[in-house]
Design a protein around this ligand. Sequence first.
Ligand code: PEP
Ligand code: MN
Length: 376
Amino acid sequence: MNCKFDNHFHSTFLANWPKANNSYPFIIAGPCSAESKEQVLATAHELKKIPQIKGFRAGVWKPRTRPNSFEGMGEEALPWLACVKKETGLFTAVEVANPRHVELCLKHGIDCLWIGARTTAGPFAVQEIAEALKGTDAVVMVKNPVNAELSLWIGALERLNASGLSKLVAIHRGFSGAENNIFRNLPLWEVPLELKRHFPHLPLICDPSHIAGKRDLIERVSQMALDMDFDGLIIESHIAPDQALSDASQQITPSSLQEMLTRLEARIPSCNDHSYEESLEKERARIDRLDSELIEILLARMRVVHQIADIKAKHNVTALQINRMDRLMKNRTEYAQKIGLDPTYIERIFQIVHAESVRFQSDRMAQVKNEVKKPC
Ligand code: PEP
Ligand code: MN
């Protein structure tokens, strides 16, 4: 993937981002929605007492899945945020979904804008926002799109960057598809980690509130993000969470947030200790060998798939036999469970392995058909 980003994040705002000083992890907190001046200011003053909190978030225009739910207070709420900044010194962050939102936020001195997950999924809207921001040096945080499509997330960052914006931050808030899952949005950590691999200098923060969807999972998700070397967290906090007009079940009071932050363990990205390096190197060498064996086993498996493809092609049988697939998945996951491996992990791997096998067989059948058709 080509790297189009300006990798220099020089602003004083971003100089405060984690790892640049000892305030790691960098925390932004605030209510899902700004509901009243009293609620906004009371929450902000409580959050201000927590040293790690540098920024105050609040949704002013709320993208709601269904109509007739609370859609935010709109422009009326922006002066409340200006008051937060004046009274607490916290920087302010608001979600924008169109050029009008951008214009109003800039007019009211909002420090940082974020693009929500539903908006990131729409290149037209992102392009309009990027154009509205041209010529400013705004700090823009881009949430991942609702669907797990890394290139859409990167595309949104690129559109902003092409408009001359370089103070960019990515927010991981999980992905749709979490029905019957403990999370509201699936974390799919591999997606933000791929983003980090391609753009190591792009600050990446996690939104555990929208991943978790409920209070008691926020701490676990936050710790996972810190363990994965995220640069910071954006957490929803409300002075009276149960009365919140949006996302009530995932908001926490400033005091529970403070307690949670004292329990979180901040890790260091690396360590110069000799015994650490030595023992890690040894284990990594073992992992490297095992991974080579794994790839060789996958090659051997693929060779068998070739044989199966020829047998099926000869008898014009479908590449997929759903009963066989069902038995295979059950057998592999049960075996995993029996020997102490997480069956859902093995299930995900075998979904890929089996889909590749079916794809190969289908290609092979098309090839055989063409060979038969070819005149001698
Ligand atoms: C929010 O941060 O309140 C919000 C609407 O988030 P998302 O875009 O992640 O759903
Ligand atoms: Mn919310």
